[in-house]
Design a protein around this ligand. Structure first.
Ligand SMILES: [Zn+2]
Ligand SMILES: [Zn+2]
Length: 301
């Protein structure tokens, strides 16, 4: 790692870190309490750059979650839990948001978010995956159920699931997404889940889920999803989830606003993210082990 490229890469990552720290505006706000519940802002679907295809490290995800006023996030790498555990370790040390260990289970015709699972799940069918999620004490949520994913989810499978994404950034770019997500869950008692599927672009926390619970812990959040105690706001004034719970926070219009508005990033955010992404890309390109692997040389690991 002595090339100029590597030095430039590390310099960009340092710039990203400094700009991220300068731009960091962690909001301090009192907990939201309604109807005897603590109402948590949760993003159930985020990707990091470690072992997944996001742009930020798991630690960057934790900092971004704080900045977006999220009480909790699930880090959901593809079929693995390592980056979620790294993020949880970091957040516990800085007093950051609750990090729930999760994974996005990719199958031939489906994506399922497993939340509250400590062990990696690597099984061939959606039925087996969902059973394993439950065995581990987690909840299974269908991710972005566009029509091409529907064949995997028979009625029998839907009855085993805990929730489905009813809001996802796709609803703001594809006019078919919202009615498709609504139709998918018709006739099934699935928790309403909103999530950003954050990979580094867009805004973490858009489409967030309001979870009605007693405390801000991973176990309490998973329990609340299992009990369908969630509310999600979608485009055009739509509200999803338990109507009685939604009525408890109807007098808080700022909760809808932050869940449905993609606020523009500040200049420092832009510099931080761009240099972070470029730096990471250069680190990967200049990584000697990766270069050897690309040439077909086995390094014995
Ligand atoms: Zn997906
Ligand atoms: Zn995803």
């Amino acid at each position: 790692m002595t090339s100029n490229g590597a030095r430039v890469a590390w310099a960009l990552l340092v710039v990203a870190g400094i700009c991220g720290a300068l731009a960091d505006r962690v909001p301090t706000r009192p907990p939201i309490v309604a109807g005897g519940y603590r109402v948590l802002s949760v993003d159930f679907h985020t990707h990091s750059a470690f072992w997944s295809d996001g742009a930020l490290s798991p630690f960057g995800l934790v900092m971004e979650a704080s900045r977006q006023g999220l009480d909790a996030i699930a880090i959901t790498g593809h079929n693995q839990v390592s980056d979620a555990k790294a993020g949880r370790w970091f957040s516990e040390r800085i007093g950051g948001p609750t990090v729930i260990v999760g994974q996005e289970l990719l199958g031939a015709g489906h994506h399922v978010i497993a939340v509250g699972t400590e062990q990696q799940i690597d099984l061939p069918t959606v039925t087996a995956q969902v059973a394993e999620v439950h065995r581990q004490g987690g909840v299974a949520i269908v991710a972005h159920p566009m029509k091409e994913f529907w064949p995997s989810f028979t009625n029998a499978v839907k009855d085993q699931l805990d929730g489905s994404e009813i809001c996802h950034p796709l609803v703001y770019s594809n006019p078919k997404a919202q009615p498709t997500f609504e139709e998918f869950r018709e006739g099934h008692n699935l928790a309403a889940i909103g999530s950003s599927d954050f990979h580094g672009l867009g805004r973490m926390g858009i489409c967030r889920t309001y979870v009605f619970t007693n405390e801000n812990t991973a176990a309490a959040i998973v329990d609340a999803v299992r009990a369908r105690r969630t509310v999600v706001y979608g485009p055009n004034g739509a509200t999803y989830g338990d109507p009685q719970l939604a009525a408890l926070i109807v007098h808080r219009p700022e909760l809808r606003a932050i869940a449905t508005t993609d606020a523009p990033a500040s200049g420092l955010d832009w510099v931080s993210r761009t240099s972070g992404v470029m730096g990471l890309g250069l680190v990967l390109l200049t990584n000697p082990r990766r270069r050897r692997r690309a040439r077909g040389v086995t390094d014995g690991l």
